[in-house]
Design a protein around this ligand. Sequence first.
Ligand code: SF4
Length: 246
Amino acid sequence: MCGEETALLNSIEGKRGEVRTRPPYPAQQGLFNRPTVVNNVETLACVPWVVEHGGDAFAKLGDRRRATAASWYARQCLQPAGPYEVECGTPLSKVIDELGQGFKKKVKKAPHIGGPLGGIVPMDAINALSIDFESFQKEGFLLGHASVLSIPEDFPMVEYLEHLFQFTAVESCGKCFPCRIGSKRGEELLNAARTKDQKIDRVLFNDLVETMEIGSLCALGGGLPLGVKNALQYFRNELDAYFIEQ
Ligand code: SF4
């Protein structure tokens, strides 16, 4: 949970790793109330290249806000597991098929891109995507930190969604109730549907997902709904059996 920058700052200060309410943002009032810039490893990994080639050359690479993107691939997903570093704008299919030599057999159900809070992409949408934020956003997905794993063909989507809610429940810092309670209720609903054939009220489930999306304080609770909504849209044939329309 301390991957969230304000929870990280709290943790460094010896406090519980809970997300802080913003504003003030860390750049205004961060570690020990001092202005603080928090960079992730991906950003820092660009520094040697910038030092060697200069800022102007860096800005000319792909997207100006994020000139390079590193894609990490879950082991066993592509033929050689990553990481790969490519310029923004590189077609996703090129990364998967040329650098990764394609998905391994039996894991071609759907790539989940951008981490557990990223989007679940149907295979036939891959060709419309390139490694940049805009292309993913336009198609209703999320590049996130650009990791890719692929869901095995024989893995039920309902169980995968249950796993995502469970992940969020375990990682939740507990500060806001949409994430703290919503993730647990979602996990319970999906588990009961999967193991006890208890149908899920679709309106109730959609309410839960929407409450998490708009009411969560940070990207953990607020990010989970995207992949869930992708799955409900693109894997309707498989998931409809677990829901009832009231
Ligand atoms: S969304 Fe989850 S992790 Fe983020 S502040 Fe709320 S409870 Fe904490």
